[in-house]
Write a protein that binds this ligand. Structure first.
Ligand code: NAD
Length: 289
């Protein structure tokens, strides 16, 4: 793709690295974060221009990428930028939000002839840093085709899942499949530790077997060491579990394991773990006996 002027809004744990890949790919980046000083720091490292105001950041850009915490921030940014964005602009949102929130913003954007894709990601901060994220998108084929070369700067697998909201539903499916798994890993590690085994050796063995997982490969040693100051926060995982349970309720689909782990994550929060990576379920497990 020839270099473009791209606004990226939300320079958090994920957006910071996505923006850096866009700059490395030669795009001129308007970097925006609502927290004063963050965008300036990003620009010092990567070039481009810094903004705290989303409406100012998108001026002169026909492509916008967002990586925001949740629905509330997505709607705030929609209020700010939709009146400013030019006819035919493209907005790719990598935040994890409700499917309904994505559909509402898609419809509001369409009224102004702006194409909106819900495009949540998987792969964590390391995936963002290494440019190997998985993107699951919902929206129009034409918008997806335009967005693919932008996203390929930081993603290794990019798939259009269906109409607006389908990306968010896919991300929710991903979260359903991983939450119980991480709690099971915490239980297994605690069990082996309590039995007096060399748990690193246990992990080494299990990584060759049927219980191997991304969580085990990337988190088990840190869980053992009690290190949680990185990654995907307990707060954000609780938000995702909430989105999943609301959506499942509306579909009448029971999710007993997801519900239970959601309650355990609330306990991690009460232990002071809001900002910890959510594999701190291990900490709750260790304190449960
Ligand atoms: P984060 O909280 O670190 O980053 C969000 C950023 O958005 C913050 O820097 C915040 O200041 C900024 N922001 C909020 N409102 C804004 C506004 N109105 N204008 C401009 N900036 C604003 O979160 P994160 O970990 O980078 O996650 C971002 C999204 O990606 C979330 O929806 C999360 O669920 C999802 N996600 C995160 C991970 C992960 O491992 N961290 C993995 C997959 C998906």
């Amino acid at each position: 793709m020839s270099p473009r002027r791209i606004a990226i809004i939300g320079l958090g744990r994920m957006g910071w690295h996505m923006a850096a890949h866009l700059a490395k790919a030669g795009h001129v980046v308007s970097a925006c974060d609502v927290v004063p000083g963050v965008a300036e720091k990003w620009v010092d490292e990567n070039g481009g221009s810094a903004f705290t105001d989303a409406a100012a950041a998108v001026v002169g850009c026909d492509i916008v990428v967002t990586s925001l915490p949740a629905d509330r921030e997505l709607f705030a940014v929609a209020d700010a930028i939709l009146p400013v964005l030019g006819n035919g602009s493209l907005w790719v949102d990598h935040s994890t939000t409700s499917a309904e929130g994505a559909r509402v913003v898609h419809a509001r954007a369409a009224e102004r002839n702006v194409a909106f894709l819900d495009a949540p990601v998987s792969g964590g901060v390391d995936g963002a840093r290494n440019g190997t994220l998985t993107v699951m998108a919902g929206g129009d084929r034409e918008a997806f085709d335009r967005a693919e070369s932008v996203m390929s700067s930081y993603a290794a697998r990019i798939t259009l899942m269906g109409d607006s909201g389908a990306g968010q539903i896919t991300k929710m499916t991903n979260q359903i499949c991983v939450v119980g798994l991480c709690q099971a890993l915490a239980e297994g590690l605690d069990f082996a530790e309590s039995a007096g085994l060399d748990v690193s050796k246990v992990i080494h063995v299990m990584l060759q077997g049927s219980s191997a997982s991304w969580q085990m490969a990337n988190r088990a040693e840190k869980m053992l060491a009690g290190e949680y100051n990185y990654g995907f926060s307990t707060t954000l995982m609780r938000k995702d579990v909430g989105l999943v349970l609301d959506e499942a309720k509306s579909m009448n689909v029971p999710l007993p394991v997801t519900t239970m782990v959601g309650e355990m994550l609330a306990e991690v929060s009460r232990m002071g773990g809001d900002a910890w990576d959510w594999c701190s379920l291990m900490e709750r497990q260790r304190h449960s006996h």
